[in-house]
Design a protein around this ligand. Structure first.
Ligand code: PEP
Ligand code: MN
Length: 349
């Protein structure tokens, strides 16, 4: 249920409302908008009629049901788009496009620093790189783990770019948070509910990738797990779904971008690298994603794609990435988006 608060509600009245929501067996999430503040009362409590009756309480404007199954992610609860601000002031979901670029996996100091410098010079706003890699085969390279995190943070120190890296295991969250600015949940873990629950308890933003078999509703329900836990900084990432088509690695479902926009206030970014699996298709799909209304892009870039330990075929060289960024400017302008580098990164102590 949504409890819309009166503008002049007193602190005391608010405390009473919050206590009552809890007493009826619901969790209370305060959502502040520029127009109104509401309480999202969510949970499996059976006192729905009791919540409805709270309309008569001082400080309460009205009480309405939330019709969508994903409650806190829905536009019913919050009409304004969520803008996530990183520690260096870069944003995701605002006027500027977020461009997250870097290798599939961190492989060496030279590789990650060289890529970070190149993507920054081309206008990327964040650096990506996997230190813990979800691989289909247990015999494939599994990532440099903590050493990879250290290399990513050196690249951040060097370039000022915030870093995005994947978490697969709930027990790794704490140590990855010590380095990363954004945690990525990969397609294979989109319904790892134990992981999502733990990510709800932290304050670090999370990029949640759509699974290859995930419907839009299931995707939003996964985001809801993180929001319900108390972490409101969730970014959705469309990265393609599995269809009968084998000419591409996945089928990049760009219709999900405007569709998600109609269902949720959360930012949506698009990953055309995994979405297509071929570097030649990446730039066109970057342009298309921005035209479709994406808040950002995630693109794999490697200094020597032919030598990459993973996903070389879909990785752009730094030169190709720079050329894509140049052309992207026209599409960004047409979509009313700015392209910019964030201010110099200074990490909060
Ligand atoms: C990745 O970003 O390198 C990755 C493994 O992506 P996905 O989870 O979308 O397959
Ligand atoms: Mn990859």
């Amino acid at each position: 249920m949504i409890i819309v608060l009166k503008k002049d509600i007193t602190q005391q009245q608010l405390q009473k409302v919050l206590a009552m929501v809890q007493e009826f067996g619901f969790q209370a999430h305060i959502i502040k908008g520029s127009e109104r503040t509401v309480i999202g009362a969510v949970g499996s409590g059976r006192g729905k009629e009791k919540l409805q009756a709270m309309e008569n309480m001082p400080g309460v404007e009205n009480v309405m049901p939330i019709l969508q199954p994903f409650k806190l992610a829905s536009l019913e609860v919050k009409q304004e788009k969520t803008v996530i601000t990183l520690r260096n002031g870069a944003t995701v979901g605002g006027d500027s496009l977020a461009v997250i670029a870097g290798p599939c996996a961190v492989e060496s100091r030279e590789q990650v620093i060289e890529t970070a410098r190149a993507v920054k010079a081309a206008g990327a706003t964040m650096l990506r790189g996997g230190a813990f890699k979800p691989r289909t085969s247990p015999y494939s390279f599994q990532g440099m783990e903590e050493e990879g995190l250290v290399l990513l943070s050196s690249a951040r120190d060097e370039t000022g770019l915030p870093i995005v890296t994947e978490v697969m295991n709930p027990s790794d969250i704490e140590r990855i948070c010590a380095y990363a600015d954004i945690l990525q949940v990969g397609a294979r873990n989109v319904q790892n509910f134990a992981l999502l629950k733990e990510l709800g308890k932290i304050n670090t933003p999370v990029i949640l990738k759509r699974g290859m078999m995930t419907t839009i509703e299931e995707f939003l329900m996964s985001a809801e797990y993180i929001l319900a836990g108390g972490n409101s900084k969730v970014i959705l990432c469309e990265r393609g779904i599995r269809t009968f088509e084998t000419a591409t690695r996945n089928t990049l479902d760009l219709s999900s971008v405007p569709l998600l926009r109609q269902r949720t206030h959360l930012p949506v970014v698009v990953d055309p690298s995994h979405g297509t699996g071929h570097w030649k298709l990446v730039a066109p799909m970057c342009y298309a994603a921005v035209a479709a209304g994406a808040d950002g892009l995630m693109v794999e870039v490697h200094p020597n794609p032919e030598q990459a330990v993973c996903d070389g075929v879909q990785s752009l060289t730094p030169e190709k990435f720079a050329a894509m960024m140049k052309k992207l400017a026209c599409f960004a302008a047409a979509a009313d988006r700015k392209l910019d580098n964030p201010a110099a990164f200074t990490r909060a102590a």
